[in-house]
Design a protein around this ligand. Structure first.
Ligand code: FES
Ligand code: FES
Length: 218
């Protein structure tokens, strides 16, 4: 390799370096031009006033317009009897009554039921006396983990009021089908609802199946 070859190679490498650096700057400038504008960290909030009659007591709430009824109950009011299962309207765990009709509180914006009557599991007993359907759930052993139970009971109350529970077991099952139970306590839930509706004789599983004693053991 002679001296002139070496000079040419150095010139070439220098040229490549400048080109690479220049294209980097251009790319950076392009990036600046095409990148989206910075997003504000604070989402727009619209506060609204909602008044509800909650288990018989009228109350006003200043809430974000996006607040769901279940979040209003659980987060604002600390009424944790109403359960959040899926938060997508699929399981029924969050069922409450609005003006006597069952609704999924995870799909209901609190601001949309202004001035309405809301009844939750906390409001159905009469002081120390349980609601008849609560008693039936105990009697029929209609729960295992109990997570779905508040929603089942609120749905069951509506199902009885609507007249579906008394008509037939099939109809009661159909109208309770929006409430899922991952413990599969369905036969006992159905029995509790039907017995409370007066459609089935009251049966006490504890009487039919007395607790085991040591004499019963093989
Ligand atoms: Fe509302 Fe599941 S939590 S339907
Ligand atoms: Fe466990 Fe129904 S009792 S989910």
């Amino acid at each position: 390799m002679n001296h002139s070859d070496d000079v040419k190679r150095r010139d070439f490498l220098k040229g490549v370096g400048i080109a690479a650096a220049t294209s980097g700057i251009v790319a950076a400038q392009e990036g600046e031009r095409t990148s989206p504008p910075p997003v504000s960290k604070q989402p727009a909030r619209l506060m609204v006033r909602t008044t509800l009659t909650l288990n018989g007591k009228k109350k006003s709430f200043d809430i974000d317009s996006r607040t769901t009824l279940i979040d209003l109950l659980r987060e604002n009011e600390h009424m944790t009897g109403t359960k959040k299962g899926c938060d997508h309207g699929a399981c029924g765990a969050c069922t409450v009554l609005v003006n006597g009709r069952r609704v999924l509180s995870c799909l209901t914006l609190a601001a949309t039921i202004d001035d309405d009557q809301v009844e939750t599991i906390e409001g159905i007993s009469n002081g120390e006396s349980l609601h008849p359907l609560q008693n039936a759930f105990l009697r029929c052993d209609a729960y295992q983990c109990g997570y779905c139970t508040p929603g089942q009971i609120m749905s069951g109350i509506a199902c009885i009021e609507e007249g579906h529970a008394a008509k037939s077991a099939e109809e009661a099952r159909e109208w309770m089908s929006g409430n899922l139970c991952r413990c599969s306590a369905y036969p006992n839930i159905l029995a509790a609802v039907r017995q409370t509706a007066g459609a089935e004789a009251i049966r006490d599983p504890a009487i039919q199946n007395p607790p085991m004693t040591t004499e019963m053991l093989p």
